[in-house]
Design a protein around this ligand. Structure first.
Ligand code: TNX
Length: 477
């Protein structure tokens, strides 16, 4: 009998003989790697052995897929499995469009089935702050709302937004943990901060009022790096959120931070000079390093987008999440200095674009090894991620079909690493398992649209193109 499991286990032996399902004995063993697990199912034995609780949780996901295919009479089975990289993540953006709490739970439960172990949660951006804050209540009272939805010129003028209460966040953190998933929150800084500056304009270089944005883009309003108050604010927020999110990692963003206002700001220029820095990119590096160090003192590892390394002075303790190609070899230099990398390169990770742009096949290609990032341990890539930014995602249905099954392809790329097989082998297993999405209430993209042909591709791109339009210059956003 053939069993279809995603991610494909390292070793899987299935016999024709069958036994009725029943409870498995779960054993934690010190001699196995933390996330490794072993399943033995014979007529006399039903055991799961694992290196830790995480491994047991993975084994349960495998058994769930087995049961989906076999019902309550299972084939005799032996599985030995271990992941290739330790950080296997999916990202959801609750800022551009608010994602209902129950929807987040649904996505986390689905992710468990494919052995993800991190949920990167984008909770602050130009278009809204999303977490209740006791230190700075203005963030959720004002920063969580905006005057409409004009992404791609959508033209809805009604006030919208929302935030998650602390109680909800705690519930979500616990729920995810019960499924072996740690939540990595992201407070994007110093760019993508119109929401924060809307509440605290004094943290910007110009100290002028800033709107919570209603459309996509890269905005010039960024936190002032020359103002001591900015640092105090950031540390306080990190304190508050570290209490709420107990995980090992904390994402501090660092992408797309235009330097226009910094260049024109006496405080930023003075700080740059005082620190002996050559340019504003280095000043960003300094800003990031302050956060990296602050988090390190709290026992946390900081993750930054690769833009944060453009100054070439990033603290090697920061983990770089790479989303654009490393043209200036800044990531490579970081690796040389002992730094680690999460691979989420745009063309193999971004699931916010139609399948016509990033097909299932393209997501499956995501690599966990790179000659450019060779290091003493062999390879500096410690993780993978797939992402749904939500500028153009206004419904749960759209979110789910953009994520699934592309997230499953990314999960296998991260789990199997260099042992990953052919795309068609993956899609064969996926087709056999496809019904499980509906069982989990997930609206996944049907197989005919996974890797669209040239004609379908054109149609989909045509349909998506108006999204790329930005509101006119005189429009208030
Ligand atoms: C780039 S990925 C961004 C996001 C956008 C995304 C849209 C990254 C670090 N920044 O702010 O949502 O493109 O695809």
């Amino acid at each position: 009998m053939i069993l279809n499991i995603i991610p494909k286990p390292w070793r899987l032996t299935v016999l024709d003989a069958k036994v009725p399902d029943g409870p498995f004995k779960e054993i934690i063993r010190d001699d196995l790697p933390a996330e490794a697990y072993r399943i033995t199912l014979t007529d006399r034995e039903k055991t799961v052995e694992a290196g830790s609780q995480a491994g047991l949780i993975h084994a349960r996901a495998t058994l769930e897929q087995v049961r989906f295919q076999c019902g309550d009479v299972l084939p005799l089975l032996f599985v030995e499995d271990v992941p290739s990289v330790s950080y296997r993540s999916f990202m959801l953006d609750s800022c551009r469009h608010f994602i209902p709490f129950e929807e987040l739970k649904k996505m986390i439960r689905m992710a468990w089935l494919f052995k993800f172990n991190h949920f990167h949660w984008h909770i602050s951006d130009d278009q809204g702050w999303r977490i209740e804050s006791e230190t700075y209540p203005a963030l959720h009272e004002q920063g969580a709302y905006r005057e409409g939805d004009n992404f791609g010129g959508f033209g809805d003028k009604s006030v919208q937004g929302g935030y998650y209460t602390k109680e909800q966040v705690r519930e979500l953190v616990d729920y995810a943990a019960s499924l072996g998933i740690e939540i990595t929150p992201e407070v994007d800084m110093p760019g993508h901060t119109s929401d924060i500056l809307h509440c605290f304009p004094e943290l910007g270089c110009r100290k002028e009022p800033v709107r919570v944005k209603t459309c996509q883009g890269v905005f010039k309003d960024v936190l002032c790096a020359g103002n001591e108050k900015t640092y105090a604010f950031a540390y306080n927020i990190l304190d508050e959120l570290c209490d709420l999110f107990p995980g090992e990692y904390f994402h501090i963003g660092g992408d797309e931070a235009p330097k226009d206002h910094w260049e024109a700001c006496p405080a930023c220029r003075a700080r740059m000079k005082a620190l002996g820095l050559k340019n504003m990119q280095e000043l960003q590096g300094y800003f990031e390093n302050c956060m990296v160090d602050y988090l390190a003192k709290k026992g946390r590892k900081a993750i930054v987008w690769n833009d944060a390394a453009y100054g070439r002075n990033l603290d090697s303790r920061a983990v770089i999440q790479q989303w654009v190609p490393d043209k200036k070899k800044c990531v490579k230099a970081h690796v040389k200095g002992g730094g680690a990398v999460i691979n989420s390169i745009f063309k193999n990770s971004y699931c916010d674009y139609p399948y016509a742009l990033n097909s299932l096949r393209a997501i499956y290609r995501l690599e966990t090894e790179s000659k450019a990032y060779a290091c003493e341990e062999g390879n500096a890539i410690i993780g993978t991620e797939c992402l749904v930014w939500t500028e153009f995602v206004r419904s749960a249905e759209r979110l789910e079909e953009y994520a699934w099954p592309r997230f499953a392809a990314s999960a296998e790329a991260g789990w199997c690493g260099s042992k990953k097989g052919k795309y068609t082998d993956f899609t064969n297993r996926l087709s056999a398992l496809f019904g499980i999405f509906a069982e989990y209430g997930i609206h996944a993209m049907p197989s005919k649209d996974w890797t669209p042909g040239p004609f379908k591709r054109l149609m989909l791109l045509f349909e998506f193109a108006p999204n790329m339009l930005k509101p006119g210059k005189n429009e208030r956003y």
